[in-house]
Write a protein that binds this ligand. Structure first.
Ligand SMILES: *[C@@H]1O[C@H](CO)[C@@H](O)[C@H](O)[C@H]1NC(C)=O
Ligand SMILES: *[C@@H]1O[C@H](CO)[C@@H](O)[C@H](O)[C@H]1NC(C)=O
Ligand SMILES: *[C@@H]1O[C@H](CO)[C@@H](O)[C@H](O)[C@H]1NC(C)=O
Ligand SMILES: *[C@@H]1O[C@H](CO)[C@@H](O)[C@H](O)[C@H]1NC(C)=O
Ligand SMILES: *[C@@H]1O[C@H](CO)[C@@H](O)[C@H](O)[C@H]1NC(C)=O
Ligand SMILES: [Zn+2]
Length: 946
């Protein structure tokens, strides 16, 4: 899956930082930045594992677990290998559906019971037909036991079933919900008014809401799906239709071809009215984009990306796409960003559809990235699947890397790896610097815990670890190992060590130990580099667990990573790995003034702290423009993290920031935006405005002047992106700048008259311009005008999200409360999938952050009631934004106490991460406050503007 990108432009960035642990966003919800929509890492922070609080007792909680596995697993005396399912539904008239399923089973050992998953289904007739020659019989269960907690059904039979083949036939009925899980209904406005479509979202454990099944990733089987629907509607599923028959009462039956052997969470169905565009890959695979009526043309960009990406993957993996077609469908309501159902990928509308000529650059990159992410899953995840959910990172970490690799090949002009370091790698490092983080390979005892592991650790740290392997092995061996993995494990299941062995086999390098230090161990190291006194040349290297708040406990020093040192810019000895707590290292060149950087190219997920004798030449090289953008980003983000720890004085941080005046690279601006947003937020809580003025006047104003507000036809995407990034910082630092406020207000008025006019208010700049307008508004007219536009069904969803995000900038408290209440839904509210946007907008300054928390306390019941049944991750996002935005010790205690009193099941770990992040931020605010009193700091800020 892909997180919903719920942040679409640079201004959201600040958000992220604020709500800390660096919030950014899954396949479900998935990750903005200055741009790109991203997701708050911690939003999805899981509280899945049992480690740490020792509260759970496996034996006690496992329920009917049998067999040797450490997690809940259905017994294996019965192996399903084919499901023939016929569903009857009419989503425009009724939410009810009925099903008849015949499950072909292989009874492998004697047993008198059969256990499978089902949730919220009403089971009718149940029969077991044994089909072995000479033993044909029809058996009826003596007893049918339903276990709602474990979502299982047990059939007890009078006689012992003998090994052999059998067919289990079940008739049942169910109801489609509106909670974006299982088989659900989704409303949309078409040319003939409001309609309802039926959609599915099964990962991780909701296939059982559509059919009785063995709902575990390793129980792969063939699915033969058929539907009976009104003739006016269309149905699509993983496979193309094999036959269509007209039935009486204006209905028809569509039977789809058998799927390949696959996991139940990959099954998919959509029933409704769709418009379609299509293309073919070089090798003839049909690719279609399905949309609500009238919107198909908006799928053109995604369609072309998909056609190229599919061919790239066939070539890269050396394995052809195994299905006859690939559909990509835009869903009006979708909890995640997108879901990789094999052959039928379903997306949030905003992550698939756009007008290619007008879309903001961040959004365009996001769409390309979501498409390449999902398509990589067609191999990594669908063809070869993790054995159990504790290996989820194999799916998501890999896709997180692969999406970037593919976009880099398809759109080299975007320099996407730089964005990767700013967005994905830094999210990983932020979340994983908390004591309440978790290892990449995280124990999942019960499938219901898995929802929370769709977080920045599985995605971003997983992806960063894959990138590290690529850096250490080199491109060719890396790819060769992957090809081997695909061929060896096709249609099967694996765990991490299967992947390491394939890479070991092709490279001869021992990887298991190195990799397990990164995936089985929580956290990551800081490499501390000192010129070893007294005897000249050598460097003393040390590694330590890096913690966001700089705390140290006696046990911490025991952790050890295998760190690829990757010294640069002279890139010999690339494969040198440090696996001891300390070592001495002799740098190759000793030229006077030479500079040296470890983790060159930011290839691995760790930070580096240099002593001043090494930092000085680095800073000189930086000012002279000799350091590449990847390393400029790395140095800056590391410095910010050390300043938060208290290891780097605030003055040093600001001196470094000033070295980026005149920065040209859009992605480095994005990194600056992260750092400056964070500083801005903290300074706002301190009540200091000198920092705002110094940075705004000394750095941002000139930068905006240089890039200008007008888009030129000849400029690159990255220039547009840089403009959006700088403008969002201006909207934060100098929202009342007179010239800018007038410009924004006049453009806004012209846009209201003609919302299609891109030249007046390009999509890239909308959120920032709306914010500036609202911050300067003397009446509530602009606020209400924006809300009216957001309600128009014909405006693009991306514009609607810009509005939701900006509304919180209205300064009046009553307007802010109205904005927050939009999260509750209702006639003037937002769709459930968009619930986090209004909260994000309001909680971005001290007053709004406090207001959002009070609002959450008051409205908790309504919020939870609205999200009940939907992904717990969405609730996690709302909590992170509403509870996590006030960097104050007392607030941390209040949040902790509140959730002790009102625990949210499944979000224990996320809430611990929110609390820990608030405490870390609170310490930083105190440090900043002290620093602002400092004479050196005052001088520095004065000199900023020179
Ligand atoms: C866990 O279950 C075992 C076996 O039933 C029992 O002996 C033990 O006391 C339980 N532990 C806790 C913490 O409940
Ligand atoms: C059924 O299971 C047995 C034992 O695992 C195996 O030998 C046999 O090939 C299986 N048959 C089918 C049709 O899957
Ligand atoms: C995209 O926007 C432009 C400018 O507003 C418009 O002319 C064009 O028709 C739009 N294209 C699509 C596919 O909607
Ligand atoms: C197309 O198919 C041929 C033959 O199977 C294969 O060699 C080639 O790599 C494929 N091309 C692409 C772009 O996948
Ligand atoms: C390295 O330098 C840091 C300060 O920069 C100091 O705290 C640390 O003790 C030094 N370590 C060694 C091994 O010299
Ligand atoms: Zn994914």
């Amino acid at each position: 899956m892909q997180f919903p990108a719920w942040r679409v432009n640079s201004s959201r960035r600040r958000f992220q930082r604020r709500a800390r642990p660096g919030l950014r966003g899954v396949c479900l919800l998935l990750c903005v930045a200055a741009l790109w929509p991203r997701k708050p890492a911690s939003f999805f922070a899981p509280s899945c594992a049992n480690e740490g609080n020792g509260s759970s007792n496996a034996t006690e909680e496992t329920g009917p677990v049998q067999g040797p596995k450490s997690h809940e697993a259905l017994p294996d005396e019965v192996e399903p290998f084919r499901y023939a399912l016929e569903l009857t539904l009419d989503p425009e008239r009724s939410s009810a559906f009925s099903g008849k399923v015949s499950i072909s089973l292989n009874v492998t050992r004697e047993t008198s019971s059969i256990i499978f998953n089902a949730r919220d289904l009403t089971l009718g007739s149940i029969k077991l037909l044994t089909t072995d020659p000479g033993r044909a019989a029809t058996l009826h269960p003596l007893e049918v036991l339903k276990d709602a907690k474990f979502q299982r059904v047990t059939l007890h039979f009078k006689d012992v079933l003998q090994p052999g083949l059998a067919v289990l036939r079940i008739h049942y009925t169910g109801e489609m919900g509106k909670d974006m899980a299982g088989l659900y209904s989704s409303r949309y406005k078409g040319p003939d008014g409001w309609k309802t479509m039926a959609l599915t979202q099964f990962e991780a454990v909701d296939a059982r809401r559509m059919l009785p099944c063995w709902d575990e990733p390793s129980r792969k089987a063939v699915f033969a799906l058929g539907v009976v629907i009104p003739s006016a509607l269309t149905a699509v599923s993983n496979m193309p239709a094999a036959s269509e028959t007209t039935l009486e009462r204006q209905r028809r039956r569509i039977v789809f071809l058998d799927t390949p052997r696959m996991s139940s969470y990959l099954l998919a169905l959509a029933v409704g009215r769709f418009d379609t565009i299509q293309a073919q890959t070089v090798n003839g695979t049909l690719i279609r984009v399905l949309t609500m009526p009238g919107q198909a043309a908006q799928g053109q960009f995604a369609l072309s990306v998909a056609a190229r990406a599919l061919s790239y993957y066939e070539d890269y993996f050396g394995v052809p796409f195994p299905l006859p077609k690939l559909d990509m469908l835009a869903a009006p309501d979708f909890a995640a960003g997108a879901m990789e159902n094999w052959g039928l990928v379903i997306y949030r509308e905003v992550d698939l559809l756009c007008n290619e000529t007008t879309v903001g650059v961040a959004r365009k990159v996001r769409i390309a990235t979501v498409v390449t992410h999902e398509l990589s899953h067609m191999w990594f995840g669908n063809l070869v699947t993790m054995e159990w959910w504790d290996q989820l990172w194999l799916n998501e970490g890999f896709a997180n890397w692969m999406q970037t690799q593919a976009v880099d090949v398809l759109f080299p002009e975007w320099h996407i790896w730089e964005q990767y370091v700013v967005e994905e790698q830094s999210r990983a490092l932020q979340l994983d610097a908390l004591r309440s983080s978790h290892p990449v390979e995280v124990p999942i005892r019960h499938a219901k815990e898995v929802d929370e592991v769709f977080d920045a650790i599985s995605y971003c740290k997983g992806g960063s670890v894959v990138r590290m392997v690529n850096g250490v092995l080199g491109k060719e061996l890396f790819r060769e190992g992957l090809g081997l993995y695909m061929r060896r494990f096709a249609y099967r299941n694996t765990d991490s060590s299967d992947l390491w062995s394939c890479w070991e086999e092709v490279s001869g390098m021992p990887l298991q130990d190195m990799m397990s230090s990164w995936t089985q161990q929580q956290g990551f190291p800081v490499l501390i580099v000192n010129r070893s006194a007294p005897k000249g040349g050598g460097l003393a290297l040390q590694q330590r667990w890096f913690l966001a708040d700089g705390s140290e406990e006696p046990e911490d020093a025991k952790k050890l990573w295998h760190i690829p040192l990757l010294p640069g810019p002279d890139s010999q000895r690339k494969q040198m790995v440090m696996d001891t707590p300390e070592m001495l290292w002799e740098p190759p060149g000793k030229a006077e003034g030479a500079w040296l950087k470890f983790n060159f190219g930011q290839v691995a997920p760790y930070r580096v702290l240099y002593d001043s004798s090494l930092l000085r030449p680095l800073a000189t090289a930086l000012r002279a423009g000799h350091v590449n953008p990847l390393d400029r980003i790395g140095l800056l983000l590391d410095a910010m993290a050390f300043a938060k720890q208290g290891r780097l004085p605030m003055t040093e941080l600001l001196r470094l920031v000033s070295a980026y005046k005149g920065e040209k690279s859009a992605h480095v601006w994005q990194a600056l935006s992260d750092v400056l947003s964070s500083l801005h937020r903290m300074a706002a809580f301190v009540g200091d405005t000198t920092l705002h003025e110094a940075v705004g006047n000394g750095m941002l104003r000139d930068a905006l002047q240089e890039v200008g507000l007008a888009i030129s036809a000849s400029e690159t995407d990255l220039t547009r992106h840089k403009r959006a990034c700088i403008l969002s910082l201006m909207a934060m630092y100098l929202p009342h700048d007179k010239g800018l406020a007038e410009e924004a207000t006049s453009r806004f008025q012209r846009w209201l008259d003609a919302p299609d006019r891109q030249d007046v208010l390009p999509d890239d700049l909308k959120t920032s311009m709306f914010k500036i307008v609202l911050a300067n508004a003397e009446t509530d007219a602009p606020y209400h005008a924006l809300r009216r536009v957001a309600r128009r069904p014909d405006i693009p969803q991306a514009v609607r999200l810009s509005i939701y995000t900006a509304l919180g900038s209205a300064t009046r408290r009553d307007l802010r409360l109205k904005t927050l209440d939009m999260a509750l839904g209702g006639r003037n509210g937002v769709r459930l999938q968009d619930i986090m946007y209004p909260v994000q907008g309001v909680s971005s300054d001290p007053d709004g952050a406090r207001l959002a928390w009070r609002w959450f306390i008051q409205r908790r019941r309504s919020i939870i009631a609205r999200l009940k049944g939907a992904s717990v991750r969405l609730l996690g996002l709302v909590i992170q934004l509403a509870a996590g935005s006030v960097p104050d010790k007392g607030h941390a205690n209040a949040v902790e106490a509140f959730f002790q009193q009102h625990p949210v099941q499944g979000l224990e770990r996320s809430i611990a991460q929110v609390v820990e992040s608030i405490r870390t931020d609170a310490k930083f605010v105190v440090r900043l406050e002290d620093a602002m009193q400092d004479e050196e700091m005052k001088d520095l800020l004065l000199s900023f503007e020179l």
